[in-house]
Ligand binder design. Sequence first.
Ligand code: 4NP
Length: 150
Amino acid sequence: MTKILMVCLGNICRSPLAEGILRSKLPYEDYVIDSAGTSSYHIGSNPDSRSIAVANKYGINISRLMGRQFTINDFDAFDIIYAMDSSNYNNILHLARNEKDKEKVKMILNEVYPNQNYDVPDPYYGGTNGFENVYKMLDEACDIIAEKLQ
Ligand code: 4NP
């Protein structure tokens, strides 16, 4: 059982999309896929309606996911922790207790563009187009992740 955690700031825009997209590409019996936010802003909230809409457009239902905050227990509960941007990445690394924790944390777009440390842009304050753009970036990254894992 491989356990993968997607992390962004609010856990309402990017990481729930990443969770839904990756889940759609892997057999559910063999993987635990979850998401969390580094902030406490949206604990208990469903994803942003614009994320729900773009996921729906591609046949993925993320409407019932619920926001939660990343905790140090997640280092024990997951094998790979994907940060959506460098700010999330640094915040997660600050919580790491040892090298083993640190090794689990990766920038998700490095799966597409190795070692470039590109951010998935935060779409929260933008328009619908930002969500479409984020969807496409995450879909490409999750294709590669799923291919590598299987
Ligand atoms: P996310 O987007 O990190 O992709 O979920 C955001 C959602 C909410 C906020 C910022 C980013 N916020 O400041 O409330």
